[in-house]
Design a protein around this ligand. Structure first.
Ligand code: UFG
Length: 337
């Protein structure tokens, strides 16, 4: 292990900090003056995505390495992003998800407790709600995940709640809705070899990397028959994390917050906006429903707005798509170079 940082400012350990959301949070932490150490096995992350602090390449299953890192950096708080996130894969291989997302979270929590780290921020997901009965969804809605990915996150939330009752420990769980967009300076963004997300697939279709974009289902009980999602820019989400961190470090109690803007767009609306932003009329076909897609997922985000004073800066679908588009083009140039 090559430890280089010697700063004495507050150190935050970020697992999965080389991944899409984690790297944007590392950037936000670095910009805010925190000392950061990223712990990532690089299974889907990239070393170049870590713009601030140190990177330790290791797996959360490696308890000894975790202890070494806690011992050396003495983090004041932990932000836990490292997880598998592909819903259909979780259906095919649930144990992979329970081991990495749930068991490894327990490893991390045990290490936190061993080293007296009391503040923990957890990457949760709207997938914990399954197919919600009411839209917008508030944090009190029933947790009824419909796939092992969502279940693996619900289990961690329950473990976190138990920990607060048993130990000197507090957490904030942030339930992400549909995260999209990229760093406005084009330095980091989403990289996935087999992307499943709508906006990324639309951009790759425009670039000719995918033949045509399929719209999965046009017979949903929504105004235009396609699914509605609440798309949130990744930098707004990153800011929610720094607010949650400040809240915990100043002694705040455990909380759960939805992270979304509180309004949604249908698949057709996203496709039309993507064509407009890129100025490219890419091929689109209508096809059948994708298994496990709820008709609508829209956050009631009033709790985080009121309690943490979270004020989104990029609540604009065109801006979200534009930053993702700039990133996708940069990625293509990088691959060709
Ligand atoms: N869609 C298409 N065509 C595509 C890709 C997606 O029509 O090529 C549709 C999907 O069917 C869905 C919508 O676009 O209706 C959004 O799909 P995404 O795959 O972009 O995102 P999801 O809503 O399925 O899931 C995302 C994350 C999950 C998280 C969820 C919470 O991937 O981890 O948001 O809102 F749980």
């Amino acid at each position: 292990m090559n430890f280089t940082s010697t700063s004495t400012s507050t150190c935050i350990l970020v697992t999965g900090g080389a991944g899409y959301i984690g790297s944007h949070v590392v950037k936000a932490l670095g910009e805010a003056g925190y000392r950061v150490v990223t712990y990532d096995n690089l299974s889907t992350g990239h070393p170049w995505a870590v713009l601030y602090g140190d990177l330790v390449v290791a797996d959360l299953a490696d308890r000894e390495k975790l202890r070494d890192v806690f011992n050396h950096y003495k983090p004041k708080a932990v932000m836990h992003f490292a997880a598998h996130v592909v819903v259909p894969e979780s259906v095919r291989n649930p144990l992979k998800y329970y081991r990495n997302n749930t068991v490894n979270a327990v490893n991390l929590l045990e290490t936190c407790l061993e080293f007296g780290v009391e503040s923990f921020i957890f990457s949760s997901t709207a997938a914990v709600y399954g197919e919600p009965q009411e839209i917008p969804i508030d944090e009190g809605a029933p947790l009824e995940p419909i796939n092992p990915y969502g279940q693996s996150k619900v289990l961690v939330e329950k473990i976190l709640a138990d920990c607060t009752r048993a130990y000197p420990f507090r957490y904030v769980s942030l339930r992400y809705f549909n995260v999209a967009g990229a760093d406005v300076q084009g330095r980091i963004g989403q990289v996935s070899p087999g992307p499943t997300h709508l906006i990324t697939r639309a951009l790759k279709t425009a670039l000719g990397q995918i033949d045509r974009l399929e719209i999965y289902g046009t017979d949903y009980p929504t105004p235009d028959g396609t699914c509605i999602r609440d798309y949130i820019h990744v930098d707004d989400l990153a800011h929610a994390h720094t607010l949650a961190l400040e809240y915990l470090l100043s002694g705040g109690d455990s909380r759960v917050y939805n992270c979304g803007y509180g309004h949604g767009y249908s698949v057709r609306e996203v496709v039309d906006k993507a064509k407009e932003v890129m100025g490219i009329d890419f091929p689109v076909v209508e096809s059948g429903r994708r298994e496990g897609d709820p008709p609508a997922l829209v956050a009631d985000s009033s709790r985080i707005r009121e309690e943490l004073h979270w004020q989104p800066q990029y609540d604009d679908l065109a801006y979200i798509i534009k930053t993702a588009w700039e990133w996708e083009k940069a990625l293509q140039r990088r691959r060709k170079a």
